[in-house]
Ligand binder design. Structure first.
Ligand SMILES: [Zn+2]
Ligand SMILES: [Zn+2]
Length: 230
């Protein structure tokens, strides 16, 4: 079976001149996926599986796809007064706090959110959207690419992608963007919702009606809040 597959893929890719997939690369991938799967359940190895394996092995690392926390950091930093993000060493679970305009992004008691923001800063650095010109790993600015992303993401909820409204009332201060989508856990309706079992934030809205919204928390506990639309 292995021999047949290798022949098959040599036929499939051999004529393409190997611009992306060298022939050595192909046979390694084929051999690996067949070895891994053949022992388990050989008849379920489909050509599509193997083509997927090869594609994954050969494509370059994925382009930057902002996650909600990263989108939030990019847009908040672009809107901030001093355009500076501080990564401050702290005696906390996350080990660091992320500050924009001297305000910590995560609440002081929300360790998990703290970790997510620290991780988001790391990922933004990796993609060179955040730069520290002093090289000290503490003071960051948006790079040109970072500002470009912020422009693209600005005015959209980082969670659900719907347009947000500026609810800031002081024109001298940075805008305050809020999502009004009642089905979105980051919207203003659910900003303060917490799981009664573990105290964590909701991660998904599972149901909703005129006077209630049901969620799963970050740990998967179901809970329901009554509507508090102000
Ligand atoms: Zn939203
Ligand atoms: Zn919970």
């Amino acid at each position: 079976m292995l021999g047949k597959l290798v022949e098959f893929f040599k036929g499939l890719f051999g004529g393409k001149g190997g611009t992306q997939l060298g022939s050595g690369n192909v046979s390694t991938s084929v051999a690996r996926s067949v070895t891994v799967t053949a022992g388990r359940d050989a008849q379920h190895v489909t050509v599509a599986d193997i083509v997927n394996n090869i594609t994954h092995a050969a494509v370059p690392p994925p382009a930057f796809e902002p996650r909600p926390d990263e989108a939030e950091i990019l847009t908040r930093l672009a809107d901030s007064r001093d355009k500076t993000l501080l990564l401050v060493r702290l005696d906390s679970v996350a080990g660091f706090a992320v500050l924009i305009d001297a305000k910590e992004l995560a609440g002081p008691r929300d360790a998990e959110a703290g970790l997510r923001y620290v991780e988001a800063v790391g990922r933004l650095r990796e993609h060179k959207l955040l730069v520290d010109h002093a090289g000290d790993g503490q003071v960051f600015h948006l790079s040109a690419e970072g500002r470009e992303w912020a422009r693209k993401l600005r005015g959209k909820c980082p969670e659900c992608g719907r347009p947000t409204a500026n609810v800031g009332d002081d024109p001298a201060r940075p805008p305050v963007w809020e999502c009004g989508n009642a089905r979105c856990v980051r919207s203003r309706w659910h900003r303060d919702a917490r799981c009664p079992t573990c105290g964590k934030r909701p991660s998904v809205v599972t149901d909703g009606g005129v006077n209630f919204t049901s969620f799963l928390c970050e740990d998967g506990h179901p809970f329901t809040t009554s509507s508090s639309k102000s």
